[in-house]
Design a protein around this ligand. Sequence first.
Ligand code: ACO
Length: 332
Amino acid sequence: MRRSAILGAGHYVPTKVVTNDDLAKLMPTSDEWIQQRTGIKERRYIEHDGIGASDLAVPAVKMAVERAGRDLKDVDMIVFATLSPDVTFPGSGCLLADKLGLHGVPALDVRNQCSGFLYSLSIADAWVRAGVYKNVLIVGSEVHSTGIEFSERGRDVTVLFGDGAGAALVGESPSPDRGVLSLKLHADGAGAFDLWIPAPGSRHIPRVTHEMLDQGLQYPKMNGKSVFRWATEKMPEVAEEALKDAGMTIDDIDLFVPHQANMRINQFVAMKLNLPQEKIVHNIDRYGNTTAATIPIGLSESWADGRIKEGTCILSAAFGSGYTWAGAVIRW
Ligand code: ACO
């Protein structure tokens, strides 16, 4: 049976470091409040105007392709996951293809927020196994800092998010016991308005008005308690489902690379799964929630620091806006 594998992973974060104390100068919040509830100490923001999600993706992609031992011209499909596209349309995948000089290579944007990377991996996995494409580039990239509100009204959301990009090259697995062993996807629109941006939107005539802007409808709105409740229920559930599908138990897992929404969510999920804390990858303290980018950044950093090597068995799980959630078991 043909299997897909992540051949290489890469990441990039902007150089501008924004600490909790920096945010406390802009709105009523504190380092103590943020660290206690989320585990976040700092995050990265783009350095200046004019940098979009596709720009952050370029160095991440180059790192992933190089680590895979491939060349950019080997890429025959691009899947780009983001909730913060450079512009409303066209998709960031098309913009990235142009920046990489990949003219004529198909490009698809995925709109699945925090689960976007695992959804993209599922698409790549299916294409590689079916023999439709050989080397699928999957990207998760976000520029949140230009779309959040630095005020008391927006502080619950604003302190959580950071900018960053991660990428992976997915191709045929070098051996049948390695690669993507299972992948499970879910969504439930009943929770759609627990985390969303109301405007602009095609359901408004016109799509955005001065009144909407005054009300701050262009900024994310979140029911934090509901997101927390759903995430701590669905992430362990989908992780168990993925393990079962791979014919494994939690004891077979060497490393848990979860979406980074909140340190408390991930500690809770690990506890429910009976996973020791030392097997969890955390980088939320340094980057905050980079949404579609958190998992590929986690994979890329763990590969670089030696926590992931050939044969490492990885469990991943994500939960986010939509609601969407997903789980995967991968043997590197
Ligand atoms: N700084 C200081 N005070 C704040 C801030 C802030 N940044 N944000 C909210 N507060 C205040 C609130 O106004 C409230 O004040 P009040 O008691 O006077 O009304 C108080 O702090 C407590 O607010 P709660 O919302 O009850 O705080 P809670 O303990 O639920 O923590 C949090 C909020 C951290 C957002 C939590 O609900 C959470 O982590 N939810 C998950 C959300 C999440 O992870 N979203 C990420 C995107 S989706 C994903 O990736 C899974």
